[in-house]
Design a protein around this ligand. Structure first.
Ligand code: MG
Length: 203
């Protein structure tokens, strides 16, 4: 199982971190050890002093493929959830400054959170997905899939030009504006519309 992530897929988020809006998807990966298992505790990583949440729509790949064309991409994912791409922002800032890869900031154990799955229907595919993150019961991020720079289909097609897609792979599709810091004892809750998809306490 592979975990793909898209960076800078919402213009307002690219801007808030001082990054240019990309002309092709920014792709990075997390290993499968990054996936926080359901109901497992989440611990603040000891190597960071600036842990950031990034709430994202996560797609589940349901079909093996390579060189998928955009117009066929919809057949390759069957469900979505809301998740968090946890980021050690202090580590990432150091790595970015040196032009080094991001893994130590992004791909560490349990840095990928997912909620419960929602199976796509033709109606869901045809409509925008609204999602949000609450920290300690206050909304800190609001997202709308319509604001993505690269659509689900563009992302799936692009990734498949470089990597085989396999059943069970996950794609984090990028975070909207409002990323920020979280600390021990904070409670993070992800929502799809009004429905709670996950709740997580930082220990
Ligand atoms: Mg992200």
């Amino acid at each position: 199982m592979k975990i793909f992530c898209v960076g800078r897929n919402y213009a307002d988020h690219a801007k808030e971190l001082g990054n240019a809006v990309p002309d092709e998807p920014v792709i990075f990966m997390k290993p499968k050890t990054a996936l926080l298992q359901t109901n497992a505790p989440f611990y603040y990583p000891e190597f960071s002093n600036e842990l950031h949440y990034e709430v994202e729509i996560v797609l589940r790949i349901c079909k093996n493929g390579r060189y998928v064309e955009e117009q066929n991409a919809e057949k390759y994912y069957d469900a979505f959830t809301i998740g968090i791409d946890f980021t050690a922002r202090d580590i990432q800032a150091e790595l970015k400054k040196k032009g080094l890869p991001w893994e130590k900031a992004k791909a560490w154990d349990n840095s990928a959170v997912i909620g419960k799955w929602v199976t796509f229907t033709p109606e869901l595919l045809a409509n925008p997905i609204h999602f949000s993150l609450q920290k300690n019961k206050e909304v800190v991020q609001l997202g709308n899939s319509e604001d993505m720079i690269f659509s689900f289909n563009e992302i799936v097609s692009h990734i498949s030009q470089y990597f085989s897609l396999n059943i069970g792979d996950l794609i984090y599709t990028g975070t909207p504006a409002g990323v920020g810091e979280c600390v021990t004892d904070d409670v993070l809750e992800g929502f799809y519309e009004k429905e709670k998809m996950f709740a997580l306490e930082i220990k």
